[in-house]
Every structure is written in structure tokens, then in C-alpha cells.
Write a protein that binds this ligand. Structure first.
Ligand SMILES: Nc1nc2c([nH]c(=O)n2[C@@H]2O[C@H](COP(=O)(O)OP(=O)(O)OP(=O)(O)O)[C@@H](O)[C@H]2O)c(=O)[nH]1
Length: 114
């Protein structure tokens, strides 16, 4: 997903994975299901946890949990992003990713190439 212009220029209009912040009482896997439904009107199933990344941006730090998920359909409705792309592994590297996402992208490329 491509982010809207952001107050922090290092995140503005970068590509990121859909998701969002954990709410009180939620597990990270529950968060991703809720956020993807809220942001994209998509129903997904979490298959497995993929990678936990800790990243320090100049103004804040994040601990980001990523998951391999499945969905019966690719149909979605954007509500918070300016565009999206479905990509094969060999196309992932070409995008301008948020810095915190680079380790996830690298691991995806390695695992899918095997
Ligand atoms: N969802 C998501 N956020 C990411 C990724 N990579 C990354 O740096 N972030 C950053 O992590 C921060 C928290 O994500 P968020 O989706 O909750 O962003 P937000 O503060 O706009 O959301 P909110 O106000 O709806 O809670 C944002 O600054 C976002 O840009 C990613 O792959 N997915």
C-alpha cells in the first residue's frame, strides 16, 4: 500500500504493508485481521507469524509483527492509502518501501526464491 503524504518525510508516500497499531487486549494476529478489514474491507486468515522487526525512525520507534496471510479474493477497497499493488516476489525490490519494511521484504524474497 502506498501511504498518504505524512508529517515525517521519510514515511511520506512510501510503500508499506497493510496493518496498524495493536488495541488493548488484542494479539498481533487479531490486530492484522481487524486492520485489514477496516482499511481494505478484506477478510483474511492468518497462516503464520513471519518476522518481528524493531526499527528506530528519527522521531519514533516501532516493533512491527508481520504475518503470512491468505484471502479468498483479491478484491479490496482503499480507505487510507493512495494506491496499492499486488506483487510477485521478484517485483518487491523495485518499490520505495518504508525503511522498517526492508528486512521483511528481503526475507520474503529469500523464502519465495527457494
Ligand atoms: N501499517 C504499517 N505501518 C508501517 C509499516 N512500516 C512502517 O514504517 N509503518 C509505520 O508505522 C507507524 C504505525 O502504523 P499505523 O498504520 O498504525 O499508522 P498510523 O499512526 O497512521 O495509524 P492510526 O492512526 O490509524 O493508528 C506509521 O508511522 C507507519 O507509517 C508497515 O509496513 N505497515
Amino acid at each position: 500500500m502506498r501511504t498518504r503524504p505524512n508529517k515525517f518525510d521519510y514515511i511520506s508516500k512510501k510503500f508499506e504493508f497493510p496493518g496498524g497499531k495493536i488495541e488493548s487486549g488484542e494479539s498481533p494476529a487479531e490486530t492484522v485481521v481487524r486492520e485489514i478489514h477496516e482499511e481494505l474491507k478484506m477478510n483474511i486468515e492468518v497462516e503464520k507469524e513471519f518476522l518481528v522487526v524493531n526499527h528506530q525512525y528519527p522521531d519514533f520507534g516501532i516493533e512491527m509483527h508481520s504475518f503470512i496471510c491468505s484471502t479468498p479474493t483479491r478484491e479490496l477497497e482503499l480507505s487510507e492509502h493512495i494506491s496499492f499493488k499486488w506483487l510477485d516476489a521478484n517485483e518487491l525490490e523495485a518499490l520505495d518501501w518504508a525503511a522498517a519494511d526492508i528486512l521483511i521484504v528481503d526475507k520474503l524474497i529469500k523464502e519465495i526464491e527457494q
